[in-house]
Ligand binder design. Structure first.
Ligand code: AMP
Length: 424
């Protein structure tokens, strides 16, 4: 039988790659906790209505990209294509809209979209997202944008641009849609095939189409001119406060996001080194969604960042970043008789928070030291008959090759402080 392969557009994250993923998550969790966000984990499959009713029947994620199937009980279920709808469903289902005055959630996990796979576009990809259910005011938008800024900065990214727009309130939306449709309808034949269909169902999406003809026709359309004074005031308070906090951004009059639930502030982060799929993340306000999904009328805002793209962008921004060593110490047993002592020494290191790898095979010391070097261990701790007899351990600095003896009972504490001092 020919060997089986992972489905197109899905990827294995191999042990050699997973460290980079874990680092992203650890850094992100630290920052998210500083902003007092709590993690929420929702199922990967949901009743399809969770997405169709919230994202909009005409949204391309729903019409073209959602993995939709009938389960064995004949229910229509979907693999989640995004996180917000599931979080809102959970928020309402568990009555959190009635108990907490401020709710800040984050999630990390796979999303699924049946897209044509290409660089930066996968069928299973991973997002880190946040959702805040609290205030309708502009300062909430600013705080969420500053969190996004902190996350990208914390990951070590530099060449990104935050783009910002306002889609207005629900009433504005109807007017804007009509205005865009009326402006573009006479030029229907100059639009690309997709946009001709969008003209009926989702005309705002034409504004962010990358086809030349569509770009030209939508030039001159500025959503800010069409929104109501209250929404315009909200937007100007957001931009003024961002300036005061020195969070750089660009106004993008064509940014629309393409989903029904968005209202007012919408944003996207793009990165110059990513090629065609240049969005690192995006989000916005969705003030009516909680109520629409059966909950209390609570305004909300959130964003999601694509982790595959963050890793791709990091390769551009920090190409020489050395991967972190897999283990800090390597415990070598000169002969199999010392393996049990080596195991117990390694355990002691791990208990005190130092990563340790221990050799468990009969293997010449030279080969063990080679393996230690390959694993980028900082020190090898060697246990032979002599060391055991003397109650000692030989410590080898893997960089300089220098060796000295330490007492067995003190070695873990000593190495721990040494590693701590070296990491400063
Ligand atoms: P969206 O809500 O569609 O704007 O998605 C938010 C972010 O998720 C995007 O900016 C991308 O970084 C990432 N993303 C969306 N779709 C894909 C995909 N098919 N493959 C990889 N990353 C994706």
């Amino acid at each position: 039988m020919a060997p089986l392969k992972a489905l197109g557009g899905t990827s294995d994250i191999l042990p050699g790659e997973v460290g980079a993923w874990q680092r992203l998550e650890v850094q992100a969790r630290r920052i998210l906790h500083l902003y007092r966000y709590q993690e929420i984990r929702t199922p990967l499959i949901e009743e399809a209505a969770v997405f169709t009713t919230s994202l909009g029947e005409a949204a391309e994620i729903v019409t073209k990209q959602m993995y939709l199937f009938e389960d064995r009980g004949g229910r229509s279920v979907a693999l989640r294509p995004e996180g917000t709808a599931s979080v809102v469903r959970a928020f309402v289902e568990h009555g959190l809209d009635k108990t907490a005055s401020v709710s800040r959630f984050y999630y990390v996990g796979p999303m699924f979209r049946a897209e044509r796979p290409q660089a930066g576009r996968r069928r299973q990809f991973h997002q880190l997202g946040v959702e805040v259910f609290a205030s309708a005011g502009p300062y909430q938008d600013v705080e969420v944008l500053s969190l996004l800024h902190r996350l990208l900065e914390g990951w070590g990214l530099s060449a990104w641009v935050l783009k910002l727009n306002s889609l207005g309130c629900r009433e504005d939306r109807k007017r804007i849609v009509e205005r865009v449709r009326a402006k573009l309808a006479p030029h229907r034949t100059k639009l690309c095939e997709d946009c001709q269909a969008r003209l009926e169902k989702n005309p705002l999406r034409i504004l962010d189409c990358k086809e030349k003809g569509c770009v030209e026709l939508s030039r001159g359309v500025d959503l800010l001119e069409a929104i109501c004074p209250t929404c315009r005031q909200h937007f100007s308070q957001v931009t003024e406060t961002l300036k005061a906090l020195q969070i750089p951004f660009e106004r993008d009059p064509h940014l629309v996001r393409g989903l029904d639930y968005y209202t007012r502030t919408a944003f996207e982060v793009v990165h110059g080194g990513l090629g065609a799929q240049n969005a690192l993340g995006g989000g916005g306000r969705y003030d009516g969604l909680v109520e629409q999904m059966g909950g209390t009328a609570i305004p909300a805002i959130g964003f999601a960042v694509g982790l595959e793209r963050v890793l791709m962008a990091l390769e551009v921004d920090r190409p020489n970043e050395a991967p972190e060593p897999l283990s800090s110490v390597y415990v070598a047993a000169v002969s199999p008789a010392e393996i049990p002592s080596a195991l117990s020494l390694a355990e002691e290191f791990r208990r005190s928070g130092v990563a340790a790898f221990v050799n468990l095979e009969e293997r010449p010391l030279g080969r063990q030291l080679k393996q230690a070097a390959g694993m980028q261990a900082k020190y090898a701790l060697i246990l032979g008959q002599e060391e055991i007899k003397e109650g000692a351990v030989t410590v080898r600095d893997m960089n300089s090759g220098e060796q000295h003896r330490e007492s067995r009972s003190a070695v873990v504490e000593k190495m721990k402080s040494q590693l701590r001092a070296e990491s400063k």
